[in-house]
Design a protein around this ligand. Structure first.
Ligand code: 3HC
Length: 693
């Protein structure tokens, strides 16, 4: 089958794009489409052309993989679109699946668009740090008006064809056979003259007030990002200048956006998100079992949040507690959470009741006998967990998945108390568990491929981003966080103020810095964990300024004082004179003379502390790919996607420069980092080489 197939029905030439899986506009596609237009131009008996996608979708966009190619080698989407716009015979785009980005731009250059009602149309380029670069910024506002076009391009969210039809973006909805309907439509409109060209229309609603308001809005919604500002500029040009001017400006800004580190980062995240489910040893043949019933042990904050994920997906949950009052408290919290969502209009009260009806509370673990998946979510204590798993082993049916939500403990040790370690896995949810997208799926030594594959599928069912990791203290995310926090503490010891440290991370685009985050989570948790670990390792108990903050009873937001002070009922941190004095005393005691530390040094030390630990994790095989680490940080720790995650961020700086910086700060570069730096490679190249074996 050729990449663009030509066929005829009466006087209509049909061009079918066959470039699976998503009919991206890859090399070969423009050539095939041009060849089709050549035929239509020469053959007088052809009166109209229909462009349609083969397989599951219309063209889903430019081929993102070609963005790194030199211009001459990249498929010429703009060239094709220019020709289409001026084509002398009627052209009709027949849309099913998704017409996204360059795909939608192809349809906008056609004279007409028809679609099946559930097709999706959108310009998602902003999510890749670019902008619609083949006329989208100029044509979409000419159809749907400036305000709606901005909304679509700045959110990147597609709309359904039914809505597109109401907006005039789709000329006709076709129920039933799309191709037959499109051919009929094309025949009926073949003789229309002049042919309707979007490029000849005027933009409605492009007022100065609109642009002022949108520019204000994106400072918040797209803080620090480049391409949204370009999109607004281009819609403004579309509203005030000739089409040709906007078309030329769009080409210039597209290249600037595409070649920016932000776009490289967002493209990295796009592909990283698709790589993460590719696990060596797991194939399409790996058996996946159905999760029809779930058990959750522990109705605290974590257990309740975990249960809600399954209730939201329509999966019944049995939740177990040890005492009736704990159970009641847990259920009340779940109900309150749902009712709050309903109050915000995101659920109806009926839906709240439907979800709660799927929840069975119990004090008896034996009630978990028919669960397909059981998740233990009690506090972090190895002996308690071992006891639970010993009992679970007796109760759970054969083949049930036994999961622990531990964030630090050795899952192999937990698995060893059961007679079925192959069924044991870690499912590390992040708090609040019903909100946070990330799920670390922790593969223990004996976890079976089927249990892993089922867990990955289950993550998708409940809308989580599941990333497979190995067993170590803190797994991937929290282990890196320990190194990051240690660096943050050190920066303060050396002279930075906590608010400067946090500000440096805001500047990088994180919503919270390390101290704001610790105050929110509760400083006592880390304090206890560090002590536990030190005892276990036979090391002296840790002592740094932050431990002393905890010893003053300042545990964070919950005690209205931690590293920062908090006014009654407020979560806004204000610098604390008590902590300032404590730090000054601590420095004096340790003989440290505080020095001025630049924001640049602060940002680098913190971001590189994450990456350096990530490099160790990668070399140990705890993470399969550096891109998995980035997915974890983007989805679980607020690392901005437009920086790509800590590994991509470091690669973007040049790993050689990173090593020099680390050494100049007295930090020890991880061995893998040094090797890659000496070979002039990036982490992404390391991933690719490893994937090839
Ligand atoms: N270019 C290259 N590869 C693409 C691609 C694209 N535009 N879109 C998807 N793919 C690849 C994916 O990487 C994946 O590859 P893999 O199997 O090797 O991992 C495969 O196609 C299937 O993709 P998904 O797993 O995402 O499939 P889904 O069915 O879940 O989703 C989709 C399909 C909704 C089309 C989704 O892939 C998507 O959102 N793609 C991106 C669409 C997009 O952003 N288009 C705009 C591109 S930029 C542009 O057009 C610029 C222009 O204005 C100049």
């Amino acid at each position: 089958m050729s990449i663009v197939e030509q066929s005829r029905q009466g006087n209509v030439l049909i061009l079918t794009v066959n470039n699976p899986p998503v009919n991206a506009f890859s090399p070969g596609v423009p050539e095939g489409l041009h060849a089709g237009l050549d035929v239509a131009e020469k053959d007088e008996s052809i009166r109209a052309v229909v462009i349609i996608g083969g397989g599951r979708t219309f063209i889903a966009g430019a081929d993102i993989r070609t963005f790194n190619l030199p211009r001459e080698q990249a498929p010429d989407l703009r060239g094709f679109i220019s020709r289409l716009d001026q084509f002398p015979k009627a052209t009709v785009a027949a849309i099913h699946g998704t017409a996204l980005g360059g795909g939608l731009e192809v349809t906008l250059a056609c004279h007409y668009r028809v679609a099946v009602p559930d097709a999706q149309l959108g310009l998602p380029e902003v999510k890749l740090g670019v902008l619609p670069g083949a006329g989208g910024t100029q044509r979409l506002p000419r159809v749907v008006g400036a305000a709606r076009a901005l909304e679509m391009m700045l959110s990147g969210t597609p709309i359904k064809a039914t809505q597109a039809h109401q907006l005039g973006l789709v000329d006709e909805l076709i129920e039933g056979d799309l191709l037959a309907g499109a051919v009929k439509f094309a025949s009926e409109h073949a003789d229309a003259r002049p042919l309707p060209r979007i490029s000849e229309r005027k933009v409605e609603g492009g007022t100065p007030d609109l642009f002022t308001k949108v520019r204000q809005d994106i400072k918040k919604t797209h803080k620090g990002q480049l391409s949204p500002t370009y999109i607004v500029d281009l819609v403004e040009i579309a509203s005030s200048k000739a089409f040709a001017d906007g078309w030329a400006a769009e080409a210039r800004l597209f290249v600037m956006a595409k070649d920016s580190p932000q776009s490289r980062a967002l493209r990295h995240v796009f592909f990283a998100d698709r790589e993460r489910a590719k696990i060596p040893g797991i194939t399409k043949e790996t058996p996946v079992s159905e999760i029809r019933k779930v058990g959750v042990i522990g109705a605290g904050t974590m257990g309740g949040g975990i249960a809600m994920n399954y209730l939201n997906a329509g999966i019944p949950v049995t939740i177990v507690e040890t005492a009736p009052e704990n159970l009641e408290r847990g259920l009340a919290t779940i109900r309150r959470n749902y009712e709050n969502t309903a109050r915000k209009g995101r659920l109806t009260l009926d839906e709240v009741e439907q979800r709660l009806a799927l929840l069975t509370p119990t004090l008896d673990m034996a009630d978990l006998a028919d669960a397909d998946l059981i998740i233990e979510a009690v506090f972090e204590n190895m002996e308690v967990k071992k006891d639970i798993f010993t009992r679970l082993d007796r109760v759970a049916k054969p083949g049930a998945i036994l999961a622990t939500n531990t964030s630090t403990l050795d899952i192999n040790e937990i698995a060893a108390v059961t007679k079925r370690p192959e069924s044991v896995i870690g499912l590390h949810f992040f708090s609040p568990a019903n909100v946070m997208k990330l799920l670390e799926i922790v593969r223990a030594d004996q976890t079976s491929p089927s249990v892993l594959a089922t867990s990955l599928k289950m993550a998708k069912t409940i809308g989580k981003v599941g990333v497979v990791v190995g067993v170590c203290n803190g797994f991937v995310g929290n282990r890196m966080l320990y190194a990051y926090r240690e660096q943050a503490n050190r920066l303060v010891l050396e002279g930075a103020r906590p608010q400067d440290v946090d500000a440096a991370m805001h500047a990088l685009g994180l919503p919270m810095g390390p101290f704001e985050m610790s105050d929110m989570a509760g400083l006592d948790i880390g304090y206890m964990a560090r002590r536990e670990q030190a005892k276990k390792d036979g090391r002296p108990l840790p002592d740094d300024w932050l431990d002393r903050v905890v010893e003053l009873g300042r545990k964070g937001q919950k005690t209205r004082g931690g590293v920062y002070d908090y006014a009654e009922g407020s979560r806004t941190p204000t610098p604390s004179p008590v902590v300032e004095q404590l730090v000054a005393d601590y420095r004096a005691e340790k003989g440290v003379r505080g020095r001025e530390i630049t924001p640049e040094e602060t940002t680098k030390r913190l971001a590189y502390a994450l990456m350096n630990e990530g490099a160790k994790i990668l070399q140990e095989g705890i993470a399969l790919r550096s891109s998995d680490i980035d997915v974890i940080y983007v989805n679980g720790y607020g690392f901005p996607a437009y920086r790509g995650g800590p590994m991509q961020y470091a690669s973007e700086q040049g790993l050689g420069n990173v090593v020099k910086d680390l050494e100049s700060y007295g930090m020890t570069p991880a061995p893998l980092l040094k090797t890659l730096a000496s070979e002039g490679k990036t982490f992404a190249q390391y991933d690719q080489e490893r994937a090839k074996g």
